[in-house]
Design a protein around this ligand. Structure first.
Ligand SMILES: [Zn+2]
Length: 130
């Protein structure tokens, strides 16, 4: 968002994956969806929460496809839509996403103008040092 470049986003948790395209000026940004980072204890690592081994591949291929579509300017991308893939039921749903006028990043009165120190926020320096 700060670099004004599209982010082909993917996320995974256990047996579920999600993908979307966050394109500055063309749809909601990540902070429209999640105004604040979760507290570190609410964001377990894959090692802690577990993830189906093939899931990163499935979501990664969807991300690669979306990136190719953006480069070629073809098709309907996932800008403003969140693809949700439940591999236990093999159901794929697409949710519509809207930009939030009060978003701290892209809203009418943005308050985020630079990156935060995520390692410090998540207390990762202490984890790495241990
Ligand atoms: Zn936003």
């Amino acid at each position: 968002m700060l670099a004004k470049k599209p982010n082909v986003h993917g996320s995974i948790f256990q047996f579920e994956g999600q993908a979307t395209v966050l394109y500055p000026g063309k749809g909601p940004c990540y902070r429209c969806l999640y105004p604040e980072p979760p507290p570190p204890e609410m964001a377990p690592s894959c090692q802690e929460a577990g993830v189906l081994g093939v899931l990163p591949g499935l979501i990664g291929v969807i991300q690669a496809l979306e990136a190719i579509k953006l480069i070629l300017g073809k098709g309907d991308t996932l800008i403003g839509r969140l693809l949700c893939f439940n591999t236990l039921t093999m159901e794929i749903n697409t949710l519509k996403l809207k930009a939030d006028a009060s978003c701290p990043m892209c809203g009418e009165k943005p308050t985020i103008h630079q990156l935060i120190d995520y390692e410090e926020f998540c207390n990762l320096r202490a984890v790495h040092a241990a």
